[in-house]
Design a protein around this ligand. Structure first.
Ligand SMILES: C[S@@+](CC[C@H](N)C(=O)[O-])C[C@H]1O[C@@H](n2cnc3c(N)ncnc32)[C@H](O)[C@@H]1O
Length: 273
């Protein structure tokens, strides 16, 4: 083999091995696509590979989240920004974060082109370093383990009634409030439940007594003296349960506001911490 042939063989080998490396970087269970950052190396370490949510699934997710003008949306792992840009077209604003600066630059350019750059910002930022407290809606297309890692923060930082929508992946045993299927995509919605767990003083026409609630996400059970709490459900700030005393059942429906739950349906009652 001549020196020239040896050099050509070496270059060919490098090309094949290099392509295999690129392929491995870009492959994923969610049929990820390569972006300039992942393709040419030196890109950021991704917790989730890049894959796009199709337009009809984006629209459905925004419908499920009941996006309204003025809503603040935080899009975690925003990619090319399609979710937030579409939310902006419905009058919402907010922040999209992605670890890939090439995707973020493209999202910001789209925001300029579409005339919504005054309402949406795309930032190169790790989603785990992104504060969530001021979001009305959080959108994501991540991975099951990333959703689970985010779950305690979503429940702690977001206000009761804020919505979370996820493409493809659930939140473990936190059951979605709504699930839809669009084409091949599964889409999930959760409404952040108010925290009603613990001890309350319940007051109604029958007097004042203790109420102790044991909450798991949107549902709860509990006791009030000798009585049992059934069918407890929290929907954002709305609370409903049945108190069963002997063979009598009384329904309570109300709204949580900090340390007070107050209701007039089907009768007037309050509970305070
Ligand atoms: C499956 S893609 C979703 C893209 C877009 N949201 C969509 O639905 O079309 C996941 C995105 O998360 C980004 N990502 C991965 N790890 C991240 C991290 N730690 N912080 C922020 N973004 C991340 C990737 O760059 C990628 O754009």
């Amino acid at each position: 083999m001549t020196a020239k042939t040896r050099i050509v063989a070496l270059l060919l080998t490098l090309l094949v091995v290099g392509s295999m490396g690129v392929g491995a970087r870009c492959l994923s269970a969610t049929s990820a696509r390569c972006t300039p950052s992942t393709l040419f190396g030196g890109g950021p370490a991704l917790d989730v590979p890049y894959a796009e949510t199709r337009t009809e699934a984006v629209e459905k997710m925004l419908d499920m989240a009941n996006i309204a003008p003025g809503d603040r949306v935080i899009d975690l792992g925003t990619g090319d920004g399609r979710m937030l840009l579409q939310a902006a077209a419905r009058g919402a604003g907010g922040l999209g974060v992605d670890i890939d600066p090439v995707l973020v630059a493209s999202a910001n350019a789209s925001a300029e082109r579409q005339g919504v750059a005054d309402r949406v910002t795309f930032r190169t930022q790790d989603l785990f370093d992104t504060p969530l407290a001021d979001a009305d809606v959080v959108t994501m297309f991540l991975l099951p383990e990333i959703n689970l890692k985010l779950r305690p923060r979503l429940l702690r930082e977001l206000r009761p009634g804020a919505r979370v929508v996820s493409h493809a992946f659930t939140m473990g045993d936190w059951r979605p409030d709504r699930a839809e299927r669009v084409g091949g995509s599964r889409l999930y919605l959760w409404v952040i439940p108010a925290d009603v767990s613990g001890a309350w003083r319940l007051r109604d026409a029958r007097g004042e007594r203790a109420l102790v609630l044991d909450q798991t996400f949107q549902t709860f059970s509990g006791t009030s003296g000798e009585s049992a709490v059934f069918d407890g459900r929290v929907d954002g700030e709305r609370v409903a349960f049945t108190l069963r005393e002997g063979d009598r059942s009384l329904r309570y429906e109300g709204r949580v506001d900090g340390g007070i739950i107050a209701g007039n349906e089907p009768h007037a009652w309050t509970a305070t911490r």
